[in-house]
Design a protein around this ligand. Sequence first.
Ligand code: DON
Length: 578
Amino acid sequence: MTKRIATMLLAALGCAPAGQPRPAHFPPSYANVPSNWTMLDRTKSTISSQAMVVTEHPIASQVGARILRAGGNAVDAAVAVGFALAVVHPTAGNIGGGGFMVYRPNAGEVVTLDFREKAPAAATADMFQNSTGQLTETSVIGHLASGVPGSVAGLTAAHERYGSMALSALIEPAIQLAEEGFALDASRARAFTDTKVERFMRFEGSRAKFLTDGSPPAEGTLFVQPDLARTLGLIADSGAAGFYRGPVADLIVAEMESGGGLITHQDLLDYQVAWRDPVEVSYRNHTIYSMPPSSSGGVTMGETLNILEGFDSLPFFASTPQIHLTAEAMRRSFIDRNNNLGDPDFVDLPLDRLLSKDYAAGLNRTINRNAASVTPEFGTQLREGDNTTHFSIVDADGNAVSVTTTLNSSYGSSVVVSGAGFLLNNEMDDFTGAPGQPNQFGLIQGEANAIRPGKRMLSAMTPTIVVDQDGELFMILGAPGGPRIITAVTQVISNAIDFEMSLVEAVGAPRIHHQALPDQIFYEPDALNAKTIRQLERMGHTVVERDGYIGIISAIMAVENGWVGVADPRGGGTPVGY
Ligand code: DON
């Protein structure tokens, strides 16, 4: 047998190729991973015996751990972290955006909290189209791009139901950080790109907050945010009313009026969070709890995993057949996502069907093991420039919280509310702005996600909690990354369960992404070797290297006698435990 035929046979069987030099520390499951893949070395992890906080900013992780040590529970810590991130991680941490929480008390039912933004009452289905029906940049930049913020309502609602410490004590660390400042780290300083600075220049409040003589703060600058400190102080004093009524509401509405935005006092007064049952999916003896609509995350991940479960076992990690089967499962669940899902308060969603094992088995049977399927219709490239943030927390009693929150793009709409010191989201771009046209993530979506007054735009955020076969907490995880959130979280769960990777390996492993349209397998830089790419192309896949990574995971996993916390090397986060 020639070497080429032997290699092809091995690949067809999904086996690891023999004879390649491997870096000494690569685990056996990484046998197919290119040897110049460096994530494993850079993954930040820590082990603790009692509690763990993993966020995308070291200061926010410290804030959460401090609250836990002071006797707060996981929800207290989550509230404190949420407000702290609004100060120290301005690309995504926010009070002007929205998000989702999955909460599993150590003994009790899993609940989820939807604090996604809503379209203002004056929003219309075609508000982002020009006279020829083309989408304009107004869904992404400027005042029209913002949905009615949900974060403050969400954090305070979670606190009201499950918190044990005073709200003001949980917001105090954020106020202090805003008032006294903190040194900008390299990761945050790098996020002030020229494009973002150009956008800040357009808005008075944003210039005042971020720019001095037209330049953003450099690494090491003490970043002080007095207006934000005042706003946080009002929330600490009056709870959600400190944001949705009174001086902060007045400043939001004045900002809207000055820039042609739609959010009114009535929109702010009308904003409500929603407590919802989680999406619950069984996967190879584990139970996965994740976010239901208005996020597509749980349903799309659940459908993908259900399809994968139809294979008795998966081929070797990162082998051509494993990538092919995973991408085909992703393709099928994203077709359903893009066509069917939207805000459950506005549209009927076929969730039982989409999440049924029978339905997944049917889809599994449509996968050809040797050839790519084709997604009907044309798509376009994914665009860059995005940010969201996820944090995972477990307290000493085993209560678990998984939260993802966002402004959508980095720095949201780029509009800071003048005088109030916080950025507004550009979440309206997550709606179907025009049929057949992609949003900033290249997603082509349907009527179920059309813009309507008071409706929530469909999200991909996937805060998730996994329980093992004994009913014990196994993993807490989530990520930013637009639609890539879903595929990143799915892959880390599959890595842990299918390939029995440690959490460091599961998060450090290379990732791919398929979202039906564009009909392409995206891979992270250096994630696939040339031979795998050639083999996938021969099967009919279009394989595209992204110039960025796929998700930034913040995760916790149960280990003997405690927890391991892992911050993805793709971001600037840190785990802190004790
Ligand atoms: O809710 C969503 O799906 C998007 N607004 C999330 C945006 C995002 O994750 C960007 N981050 N990298």
